[in-house]
Design a protein around this ligand. Structure first.
Ligand SMILES: [Zn+2]
Ligand SMILES: [Zn+2]
Length: 337
């Protein structure tokens, strides 16, 4: 079978290997789509921390059952599956507390262990959620949307609250539309006017603010001087992550979804005066995946506008760089396997 390996930074190779065998507790899946994510691009560019090469990338997968080695009514060949790509240890304190998303020994497919850029993948059965009621395209975007769903659940956003989402990339856009589903008022912020127009026209942001054009004045105006209950950083940009606190009301929540590779500095009197609740949000749990699947089933997410490209898997070898450009008009690129 075919697979694509990231051999070293900036070097992808198409290879072939034996198809995997059915092992105890594992299920063989046919990979149908792999969504391309910032994590994959960072690994390719060589700036993903804790990353070793060679590695098969890809953790946003739409799959079908190929073979199980056992009988299970929901896992018959051809059944469509959502795959939770986080292999937790089931033993550590966080796993035992139900926080499998931040397991101490977590292995993310495509990051710490080989991922989905291969025709067939073998995974533990417990990571699968049957999804015959979703299309393969919808299944492919469950994981990136679950990241946002987890951040929203952690922040306990309520329907009468105003939130700010900083960064209108694939994660930020997910938070925006899921927050609208919950009933929150959403202010979307970015430095790119094209992305801001998408956030408003296609994903329901109530207000858009260009972060380069006196954003605080704009936010004070649209919130009638109250600022925002919760701020979500989906930029991973140090300056944005340090500055966003200014947009939060006293008693508010500050949620870091994006990741920056280094220290962050906050002026303590400023965050203390606001009695800031600072939250980091990592990955997602099965509950978040199921919430996203419900939203997709109800057709309350604009899947058509979110998936901006569907390309054959070979395009990974030639076009990977262009998908990572900051001026790219793509939100989510799906590669077809
Ligand atoms: Zn991802
Ligand atoms: Zn664990």
């Amino acid at each position: 079978m075919k697979y694509i390996s990231c051999e070293s930074p900036r070097h992808l190779a198409l290879k072939t290997t034996e198809r995997p065998k059915v092992e105890d507790g594992n299920v063989l899946l046919l990979v149908k789509y792999v969504g391309i994510c910032g994590t994959d691009l960072h690994a390719y560019q060589g700036n993903q921390p804790f990353f070793s090469y060679p590695r098969i990338l890809g953790h946003e997968l739409a799959t079908e059952i190929l073979d199980t080695g056992f009988t299970h009514a929901d896992l018959t060949p051809g059944s469509r599956m959502v795959l939770i790509p986080y292999i937790n240890c089931q033993k550590c304190v966080s796993c035992r507390a139900g926080k499998t998303n931040c397991c101490q020994n977590l292995k993310v497919l495509g990051v710490h262990t080989d991922g989905g850029m291969q025709e067939i993948i073998s995974v533990p059965e417990r990571l699968l959620i049957p999804a015959n009621d979703l299309s393969l395209e919808e299944i492919a975007i469950v994981e990136p949307l679950s990241i946002g769903a987890h951040a929203l659940r952690r922040s306990q956003v309520k329907n009468n609250e105003t939130i700010i989402v900083m960064g209108c990339g694939p994660i930020g856009i997910g938070i925006i539309q899921l927050a609208k589903y919950i009933g929150a008022k959403v202010i979307a912020m970015d430095t790119n006017d094209y992305r801001l127009s998408l956030a408003k026209d296609k994903f329901g942001a109530d207000v858009v603010v260009n972060a380069l054009q006196s954003p605080l004045d704009h936010i004070l105006e649209v919130t009638e001087g109250q600022l925002s209950h919760a701020i979500f950083d989906a930029t991973g940009n140090k300056k944005a992550m340090e500055g966003g606190i200014d947009f939060m009301m006293h008693g508010g929540r500050y949620i870091l979804v994006g990741l920056t590779n280094g220290p962050l500095t906050f002026h303590h009197p400023a965050i203390h005066a606001k009695e800031t609740t600072l939250l980091c949000s990592r990955n997602a749990t099965k509950e978040d995946f199921e919430f996203v699947m419900r939203v997709l089933r109800e057709k309350k997410f604009n899947t058509e506008s979110y998936i901006t490209k569907k390309v054959p898997s070979q395009s990974i070898l030639t076009d990977f760089d262009s998908w990572s450009s900051p001026d790219s008009k793509d939100i989510k690129v799906l590669t077809r396997w």
